[in-house]
Ligand binder design. Structure first.
Ligand SMILES: [Fe+2]
Ligand SMILES: [Fe+2]
Length: 283
């Protein structure tokens, strides 16, 4: 079983330090096999903000945790127009990682992160043709029994974000990207960006498209909340590529606590939420 913590939208510069500290302590105590951070490490891509983000990531690494991270739209300078277009992710590369599309594989999972942050669009993301080729090529040699996980900042799929069920905008070249993910046999698609999770109604986190279970993380530590939804992150226990458990860990004002716990099973291309058999189980 792979135990994966999925955090997103850290936003150093608009973060709450006590929540960062609590998330850090939670990670150091639970010791996931992998910590995935799906973008927006900073609020405005400033050097000081990247310095803090790098310090936090290095602390997790020093604690022996493995990290897979991709950039978000906030990791590209917004107002520094020269830097925005000439070297949009230069600071991200300098402080966080040179690898904008990291790949990780072990005996159970294969995970590809794709950079969807672009200079030309303020907040919308994009997957380009080369990345779609990479998506297919990276997963092609992976053994079929492993779970294939795709990580992006912007969700690949449109999904309900409003109270009336209106759909979000999906990443640029959405249909081609979904097709590539489909062909690559992606089982789980993890993303962030909306600062929203669907912890209270787990079925809404799922969009059945191409056999992938779509999982959105809220913001882990930012003070900028959408619809006053509290900070949270996801805790995944991936047993097989057709069986996983998702817990949403939510900040309650004093500590991170498990708010929901749902088991998912995949039959063919359909992932379905199961009853929670053992509500006391804590991983
Ligand atoms: Fe964000
Ligand atoms: Fe974002």
């Amino acid at each position: 079983m792979a135990r994966i913590a999925h955090l997103s939208d850290i936003h150093f510069g608009a973060h709450d330090q006590k929540i960062v500290d609590a998330a850090t302590a939670w990670l150091e105590e639970r010791r996931p096999d992998l910590v995935i951070i799906s973008g927006d490490l900073t609020q405005r891509a400033r050097i000081g903000q990247f310095g803090r983000a790098a310090g936090w990531i290095n602390r997790l690494k020093r604690a022996g945790l493995r990290i897979l991270v991709v950039p978000g739209n906030h990791d590209i300078p917004l107002y520094d127009v020269v830097r925005r277009f000439a070297a949009p992710l230069e600071r991200y590369k300098r402080y966080i990682s040179n690898d904008l599309c990291p790949f990780y594989e072990d005996g159970e999972v294969a995970i590809l992160g794709l950079n969807t942050a672009r200079s030309l669009t303020i907040k919308d993301g994009r997957i380009n043709h080369d990345q779609m080729v990479m998506l297919r090529e990276r997963f092609a040699p992976v053994a079929p029994e492993k779970t294939r996980i795709l990580v992006t900042h912007h969700p690949l799929f449109a999904m309900p974000i409003g109270k009336g069920g209106e759909l979000s905008e999906a990443v640029g070249q959405h249909e081609d990207a979904v097709e590539a993910a489909c062909e690559a046999g992606v089982h789980l698609a993890l993303a962030g960006h909306f600062h929203r999770t669907y912890a209270q109604s787990a079925r809404k986190m799922v969009e059945r498209s191409g056999g992938a279970l779509v999982i959105q993380a809220g913001t882990a530590t930012s003070t900028r909340l959408r619809n006053a939804e509290p900070q949270s992150f996801n805790w995944l226990h991936v047993r097989r590529n057709n069986e996983m458990e998702l817990q949403v860990i939510v900040w309650d004002g004093a500590a991170f606590r498990r708010a929901s716990h749902v088991e998912y099973r995949r039959d063919g291309e359909i992932w379905t939420a199961q009853d929670v058999r053992d509500p006391a189980m804590v991983g």
